[in-house]
Design a protein around this ligand. Structure first.
Ligand code: NAD
Length: 467
């Protein structure tokens, strides 16, 4: 771990499993409460000097941090692939994505809004850093999703205690050590621990804000825990995103996009297309095209350059996806592709598409978060939209149509934070990403996301009166 700029070991350790082999590949620190406390205190001590720097000074350090990530991309990508499972090319993109997030937030300036300036009186709203941020990330994009938090939090003048998922801690621990040479001690602390570490962080009285990405049930626990001292909270949670495919699409052209929308990163993307609603007129043709896509996919260990899909990241998730597949089989549903685990060690499941399952089946209602996709038929667009909205989740959705403006007109009817038209999974440091309903609380990314790492401060001053 890196606490107060110093490498720290823990007497207890946790196994880290390579999901492609199912074997232990390393042991990671299992921190004690004292480690969490030391990290929070280090962040607290570092805060006054860090916030006092000019934006330009902080930005220069964030840009250097981005360069360090880029310079170490190969070694970091190999480490990420070995603990997460994703193909090496995807791991490289993830590391470079994190560097891009750092560079991008280094460019964003906190606005000063003049609310009123007349008759000699001036009111303005400024945004000052909230303080010490506790950041918690999941295992599907262990690096990028951590930097969705680190980059805006540091740019806005906060200090951070980061806790990656115990399933995938290694790359972030390594990054913590690398950036320890760039950032002042205590500005970014990297800790790692088991089931207690997250709750210790979210309950800590000296944390001012929690930024969490993970599942909806855990997000609710985080919100409860943060209430103890009214910490500010941002939650990016689960999703069950619908893709709606209108009958006027070029089926062959969109099939490939839709296939990857569902199965990229082995379906372990919060904003994967998790339910695809296809107009009945083109359903059979699209189903056949998706079968062609699935047949062409090479699944394997991420270090194999031929592999385009890796394993499911951990045994618990692997068993969950197999359980949902089993439920489909038990209930007589038909598979267009897949439906079986791959032989051999590791947590491999081939892309599995379920042929028009009932709307109330588990595979439609629940977030699989794996390579399992229900393909659903509709005839009436109002019905498709009602079915898309019939979910506790409201993360994102996509609409696929030959008529872009007609698709845009449908977008406001979807109860989600982001709607993509004829594309998917576009996230940017410059644009807000906010889950609706039980998919989130607050905003990540963009100026709105950065402002979540600040508190508004109103400053007034009288005009001509001399004092
Ligand atoms: P998870 O909720 O099990 O764990 C996420 C993180 O929270 C881990 O670091 C974990 O150690 C920590 N944690 C566990 N219990 C905690 C507690 N009580 N208090 C504080 N922290 C705790 O989620 P996961 O299985 O790692 O990730 C998969 C889920 O994340 C899916 O539901 C997926 O949709 C969601 N996700 C959402 C987004 C988004 O931006 N909306 C992005 C990626 C993943």
């Amino acid at each position: 771990m890196t606490i107060d700029g110093i490498p720290v070991i823990s007497p207890q350790t946790l196994p880290v499993i390579n999901p492609a082999t199912g074997q232990e590949m390393a042991r990671a620190p299992d921190c004690t409460y004292e480690h969490v406390d030391a990290a929070v205190l280090a962040a607290r001590r570092a805060f006054p000097a860090w916030r006092a720097l000019s934006t330009a000074e902080r930005s220069a350090m964030l840009r250097t941090a981005a360069i360090i990530l880029s310079e170490h991309v190969e070694a970091l990508a190999v480490l990420l692939t070995s603990e997460q499972g994703k193909p090496l090319a995807d791991a490289r993109s993830e590391i470079l994505g994190a560097a891009f997030w750092l560079k991008s937030f280094a460019k964003l300036e906190l606005p000063i809004h003049v609310d009123e300036d007349h008759a000699g009186r001036r009111w303005e709203t400024r945004h000052i850093p909230v303080g010490v941020v506790g950041a918690i990330s999941p295992w599907n994009f262990p690096v990028l999703l951590s930097f969705f938090k680190i980059a805006p939090a540091l740019a806005a003048g906060n200090t951070v205690v980061m806790k990656p998922s115990p399933y995938t801690p290694l790359t972030m621990l390594r990054i913590g050590a690398l950036l320890g040479d760039v950032l002042p001690p205590g500005v970014l602390n990297m800790i790692c621990g088991g089931d207690q570490a997250g709750p210790w962080l979210t309950a800590h009285p000296d944390i001012d804000k929690v930024s969490f990405t993970g599942s909806t049930p855990t997000g609710k626990l985080v919100l409860q825990s943060a209430a103890s001292n009214l910490k500010r909270v941002t939650l990016e949670l689960g999703g069950n995103d619908a893709a709606i495919v209108l009958p006027d699409v070029n089926v062959a052209a969109v099939a490939k996009d839709l296939f990857w929308a569902a199965f990229r990163n082995s379906g372990q993307i919060c904003v994967a297309a998790k339910r695809i609603y296809v107009h009945a007129d083109i359903y059979d043709e699209l189903a056949a095209e998706l079968q062609v896509c699935a047949a062409a996919v090479v699944i394997g260990e991420g270090t194999d350059t031929n592999a385009v899909l890796g394993p499911v990241q951990n045994r618990m998730q692997y068993k969950r996806v197999l359980d949902l597949i089993h439920d489909c089989r038990q209930n007589g549903m038909r598979f267009l592709t897949g439906g079986e685990p791959e032989p051999g060690p590791g947590y491999f499941i081939s892309p599995t598409i379920v042929d028009n399952p009932p709307e109330d089946s588990r595979v439609v209602r629940e977030e699989a978060f794996g390579p399992l996709l229900p393909l659903l038929k509709y005839t009436d667009i109002d019905d498709a939209i009602a079915r898309a909205n019939d979910s506790e989740f409201g993360l994102a959705a996509s609409i696929w149509s030959g008529d872009v403006e007609a698709a845009v007109a449908l977008a406001p009817r979807l109860e989600v934070g982001t709607v993509w038209i004829n594309e998917i999974q576009l996230l940017s440091p410059f644009h807000a990403f906010a889950g609706h309903k039980q998919s989130g609380f607050g905003v990540e990314n963009g100026l709105h996301g950065m402002l979540e790492y600040t508190l508004p401060q109103t400053i007034t001053k009288p005009g001509k009166v001399e004092r």
